[in-house]
Design a protein around this ligand. Structure first.
Ligand code: ZN
Length: 303
C-alpha cells in the first residue's frame, strides 16, 4: 500500500510537470545582431525586441557590434544557445569565426530573419547572399545575380545589366499574397494595406527564393520600377529556415516609427520568426490586422 501511494504521488508530480510545461512552453531563444546599419539601428532593434517579446513566445538577446572603424575582431558570437537569429546589420565584415559560426548555425537548422536593410549587407559574401536570396545596394549589379520579380503568375529572373537595389518615395502600398497555404500566411487576408514605407525594387542575387509569400506593385509614379516586386519570402539553406522581409524602414524614434508600427509588419515579423525557429506558427490572426483598404498602426508594438 505504501508503495502504491508512492507511485501515485510520483505520477501526480509527473502529470503536474507536463501540464505546466504545455501551458507555458519555453520561449524561443532569439538573438538580434545589430550595431552597424545605414538605418537607425538604435531604434530598429528595440522595436523588433518589443514586438517579439510582446507575444511572450520569444526571449530576446542583443549582440551589438563594435562601431564602424573599431576593432571588429572582438565581435565573437556563440550561436549555440539560439533557435532564432534576427539580422539587423549592415556594415563591416564580421570576423571569420563569427561568419563561420553563423553559417554552421544555419546549415544545422537554425532559424533566421532577414529584416529590411540586412539585405544590403555583405555583397561579396557568397553564402550570406544564398541565405538572403536577394540583396541590394553596396555596388550590387548584374554580377550579383539576376533581377527577380513577379510576372505572368510566377517569379522570373532577368539577367539584364543594371543596378541592384533601389526604392522610390515612401508611400502606403498593398501587399498581395502569393501563397495562402504557408503556415506564415494561413488565415491572413490575400491583400492588405501597409503603412508608409519604402518599397524595395530591382533587387538582385542568386534568387533562390523557396516560398514567395507577398509581392507589391512598384509604380512608376512613385519613382519605382514599374514591376511587381517580391517583398516577403522564405529561403532554405542547409537545414535552416530563413524568413526575409524587406518591409520596415526605421523611423527616427520608437514613438515615430510608422513602417515598423504597422500591425501587418509586426504580425508577419512574429509569424515569420516563429516559423523560422520551429517550422510552425501557433499565433492566431490579430483583430487589428490591416485590410485591403485600411492600414493599422500599433503605437506601443502590442496587439
Ligand atoms: Zn530603409
Amino acid at each position: 500500500m505504501k508503495q502504491l501511494k508512492y507511485y501515485l504521488l510520483t505520477l501526480l508530480c509527473f502529470l503536474f510537470t507536463v501540464s505546466c510545461h504545455s501551458s507555458s512552453p519555453t520561449p524561443i531563444k532569439t538573438l538580434i545582431i545589430t550595431g552597424q546599419n545605414n538605418h537607425n539601428w538604435q531604434v530598429s532593434h528595440i522595436a523588433i525586441k518589443q514586438t517579439l517579446e510582446s507575444s511572450k513566445i520569444f526571449d530576446v538577446d542583443i549582440a551589438v557590434s563594435p562601431a564602424q572603424g573599431e576593432d571588429m575582431n572582438t565581435f565573437k558570437i556563440d550561436f549555440s544557445p539560439y533557435q532564432l537569429v534576427v539580422v539587423d546589420y549592415v556594415g563591416e565584415d564580421w570576423p571569420q569565426d563569427t561568419r563561420d559560426g553563423f553559417l554552421k548555425y544555419v546549415k544545422n537548422g537554425g532559424g533566421v530573419v532577414i529584416y529590411h536593410a540586412a539585405n544590403n549587407a555583405f555583397p561579396d559574401w557568397k553564402e550570406y547572399n544564398e541565405i538572403i536570396a536577394l540583396g541590394g545596394w553596396n555596388d550590387r549589379n548584374e554580377k550579383s545575380g539576376p533581377w527577380v520579380y513577379w510576372k505572368d503568375g510566377g517569379l522570373m529572373k532577368d539577367d539584364s545589366a543594371g543596378i541592384g537595389g533601389s526604392h522610390g518615395k515612401q508611400h502606403e502600398y498593398v501587399l498581395q499574397s502569393r501563397n495562402q497555404q504557408h503556415p506564415i500566411t494561413m488565415g491572413l487576408p490575400t491583400e492588405w494595406k501597409h503603412t508608409i514605407d519604402e518599397l524595395y525594387d530591382r533587387m538582385r542575387g542568386p534568387g533562390n527564393i523557396k516560398d514567395i509569400l507577398y509581392t507589391a506593385t512598384s509604380t512608376l509614379d512613385t519613382n519605382g520600377s514599374g514591376r511587381e516586386e517580391p517583398l516577403i519570402f522564405t529561403v532554405a539553406y542547409g537545414k535552416g529556415r530563413i524568413f526575409h522581409t524587406m518591409l520596415g524602414h526605421t523611423g527616427e524614434s520608437i514613438e515615430n516609427n510608422p513602417s515598423m508600427q504597422c500591425a501587418g509588419f509586426q504580425t508577419l515579423l512574429l509569424r515569420g520568426s516563429e516559423w523560422a525557429a520551429t517550422g510552425k506558427v501557433t499565433q492566431p490572426v490579430p483583430d487589428d490586422f490591416p485590410t485591403k483598404t485600411r492600414t493599422s498602426y500599433r503605437k506601443d508594438y502590442r496587439e
